[in-house]
Design a protein around this ligand. Structure first.
Ligand code: 13P
Length: 260
């Protein structure tokens, strides 16, 4: 780790029923209360539970985010949810570009760019998810794919908004598969993203940007990933559904050095 404040996010995806969601949120909030205040924690529950989870998290150190947002403001967009609605529901954060939306639902970089801009414009903090498929990795195109995602998704995002942006590098082949990127391989991609941010913006913005790793991060492998110089936390899927596992990953941020 390094001087950037670490962040651990729990993406619950389309999991939990209301009762499970409330129990999980309560356990995470209680657990985080017992941990030193030197890590940011956020959970991203399914949409219907957001206001309920907001009540449980109220007064806790756990922030609330949504898993997606519309690129549009309020209007005739059946089934979509605007950034303003998320804010009214208690969210301060939102995921944009998760691979299950890119690859499962065909969301393009240009649509994700519009979503990021709409979310930032409304005041939400954005976690922009990027990552290559196995085929792209095997054909040696990881850096090119990731760089294109970063450039196209951040198009038009002003330097002044970058403090409300976090990037999550999630190699698609590592999500939900039990296969994790080798810490050194992930570090290389993270360092490349940081260099690109320095080119697109400037060195202080690049140095301050938190770049999280996601993809089968578990208590057993979190430590070696988090100790990489450019890995500033994790976006957790499966292991975030178990409060003990999630808290154990949060705790792993404490055991890493704090200077680079
Ligand atoms: P897993 O931790 O289940 O691999 O999911 C990662 C992820 O997609 C987080 O957004």
């Amino acid at each position: 780790m390094n001087s950037r404040r670490p962040c651990i996010g729990g993406n619950w995806k389309m999991n939990t029923r209301l009762e499970d969601a409330l129990l999980l949120a309560r356990s995470v909030a209680e657990g985080v209360d017992t941990i030193d205040d030197c890590v940011d924690v956020v959970v991203y529950p399914p949409f219907p539970w957001i206001t309920h989870v907001a009540d449980v998290l109220s007064g806790s150190r756990v922030a609330l985010g949504a898993q997606d947002v519309s690129s549009h403001g309020d209007g005739a967009y059946t089934g979509q949810i605007s950034a303003g609605m998320l804010l009214d529901s208690g969210c301060t954060k939102v995921l944009v570009g998760h691979s299950e939306r890119r690859h499962g639902l065909g969301e393009s970089n240009s649509l994700l760019n519009e979503k990021a801009l709409a979310a930032l414009e409304s005041g939400l903090e954005v976690m922009l998810c990027i990552g290559e498929t196995l085929e792209e990795r095997d054909s040696g195109r990881t850096n090119e794919v990731v760089a294109t995602q970063v450039a196209e998704c951040l198009s038009g995002v002003e330097a002044g908004s970058m403090a409300r942006m976090t990037i999550a590098y999630e190699p698609v082949w590592a999500i939900g598969t039990g296969r994790t990127a080798e810490p050194g391989d992930a570090q290389e991609v993270h360092a490349g993203i940081r260099t690109q941010l320095a080119d697109l913006y400037d060195a202080p913005i690049a140095a301050g940007m938190r770049i999280l790793y996601g993809g089968s991060m578990k208590p057993g492998n979190a430590g070696e990933l988090l100790e990489q110089a450019d890995i500033d936390g994790g976006l957790i899927g499966g292991a975030s559904l178990d409060s003990d596992e999630f808290l154990s990953i949060i705790n792993a941020t404490m055991t890493q050095g704090s200077a680079d």
